[in-house]
Design a protein around this ligand. Structure first.
Ligand SMILES: Nc1ncnc2c1ncn2[C@@H]1O[C@H](COP(=O)(O)OP(=O)(O)OP(=O)(O)O)[C@@H](O)[C@H]1O
Ligand SMILES: [Mg+2]
Length: 414
């Protein structure tokens, strides 16, 4: 517990030092003026805790008096709970009244009597100690509460993502089955159309040798039913439909490999494949915002939980798209580096101001408007990469230039 004495007299300093050290108070500080006291107390810096636990303040000082100094100290939240005892020779009620109004808790009359001084100092230091303990306990409770809140929100979000993944994979599975026969039937249909066309050709040849009256009727029927048009359009329709069906099948495949609900455990997986399936899931968010350039290294196999890693990639890619205002570029690079794999995702978006860089991995930190971001994406990504995979995630960013997220994953770890 530190006691600060503020008095413009050396004599008082000396006297108080003798009295206080005799009573076991070792941690003492002395100031000759209010200004010096403010400096010692760090009134202008941003240290979080106060630099003294008790202040003994002379009322009559040059430049700034003790009452004004007390008022200033009390305006600082750090010093609101720090007791200030006035030292004064002036016992007029106005001066004492003003002291109490400024925030002082008590006063000692000059000439200072040891017994009176020590009694006051002891009792206010005891009070101060109780307050400090209470603040510490409150801080702890507050911290625990915030930890709990953070973990709970992350769990909830992860749970939500997992159940969306599960739902998606379930739907994908259900779509897969009908897609199977749609694609197979389209194949048959294509062949049938070819046969019908061949038959029509043969028909035409036959008709060429017929009576002109019959040929006329045949030509009319042909026109009426738009046979020529249909014949020409049918293969196109089937080709387009097959292409659409193939695309649906690919999306279903991507959905399944993206969510990987089958695997909550670790497997050896190809990072490039994970990135590709994530890209196709995020495609809708990305395609209008950015040209995506892929620079993949040799399919690096990593011991990982692919479903979780895909969530990490998804959030980083979506963040990149959000950071781009009109249109920009997103680059994805994978490389083996020693026994790790580095995945770098860069964008040409607005960048992150330096003061925000240290906060982006904090849960709930978001610069997006309400409803657009929960601020959990990167905190979950951090948890997945660092805690669950023993990897690293770093960011470099330049405002106005863009941002690169770099993930290092150890390749093997059973
Ligand atoms: N590529 C980026 N460019 C610029 N700022 C970014 C980028 N990635 C993240 N940020 C900043 O980091 C903040 C936190 O990102 P995070 O993914 O954790 O949350 P969010 O995207 O805001 O919300 P959520 O992901 O939960 O929907 C963002 O709000 C944004 O300010
Ligand atoms: Mg995000």
């Amino acid at each position: 517990m530190r006691i600060l004495v503020v008095d413009d007299s050396v004599h008082v300093h000396h006297q108080l030092r003798v009295f206080l050290t005799a009573d076991g108070h070792e941690d003492l500080a002395f100031a000759f003026s209010a200004r010096e006291a403010f400096e010692l107390l760090g009134l202008d810096d941003d240290t979080p805790s106060p630099a003294a636990d008790l202040v003994l303040m002379d009322i009559e000082m040059g430049e700034m008096g003790g009452i004004e100094a007390t008022r200033r100290l009390k305006a600082d939240p750090r010093y609101q709970d720090v007791p200030i005892i006035m030292i004064t020779a002036d016992t007029s009620s106005e001066s004492l009244q003003a002291s109490f109004e400024a925030g002082a808790v008590d006063y000692i009359i000059k000439p200072i009597r040891k017994i009176e001084l020590l009694a006051r100092v002891r009792s206010f230091l005891r009070l101060r100690e109780e307050v400090v303990t209470r603040i510490k306990r409150n801080d702890e409770v507050q911290r625990t509460y915030e930890d709990l809140k953070r973990v709970q929100a992350q769990l909830l979000q992860q749970d939500k993502m997992a159940s969306i993944g599960q739902l998606a994979a379930g739907v994908a599975h259900e779509i897969n089955n009908p897609m199977g026969f749609i694609i197979s039937n389209l194949g048959s249909l294509g062949k049938y159309v070819e046969k019908l066309a061949a038959y029509l050709d043969a028909d035409e040849k036959l008709l060429a040798g017929c009576d002109p009256a019959i040929r006329k009727i045949a030509a009319q029927e042909r026109q009426k039913h738009k046979v020529d048009y249909i014949r020409k359009d049918m293969p196109n329709l089937i080709a387009e439909t097959s292409e659409g069906a193939q695309r649906v099948r690919q999306i279903v495949q991507d959905l399944k490999s993206f969510s990987r609900v089958d695997g909550t455990e670790f497997v050896h997986a190809d990072i490039n494949e994970g990135l590709d399936s994530t890209l196709s899931i995020a495609w809708n968010e990305l395609k209008y915002k950015a040209t995506v350039t892929k620079d993949y290294g040799q399919a690096p196999q990593v011991w990982c939980n692919p479903g979780q890693l895909n969530q990490v990639f998804l959030n980083i890619l979506v963040n990149a798209a959000h950071a781009i205002v009109d249109h920009g570029e997103i680059r994805i690079k994978t490389r083996e580096e020693g026994d790790s794999v580095r995945i770098a995702i860069s964008d040409t978006g607005g960048g992150i101001p330096p003061e925000n860089v240290k906060r982006i991995f904090d849960p709930f930190f978001t610069t997006k408007e309400v409803g657009k971001g929960t601020g959990l994406g990167l905190s979950i990504a951090y948890d997945i990469v660092v805690n669950k995979h023993g990897g690293r995630i770093d960011v470099t960013s330049e405002v106005g230039e863009g941002t690169t997220f770099s993930i290092m994953l150890p390749m093997k770890r059973e």
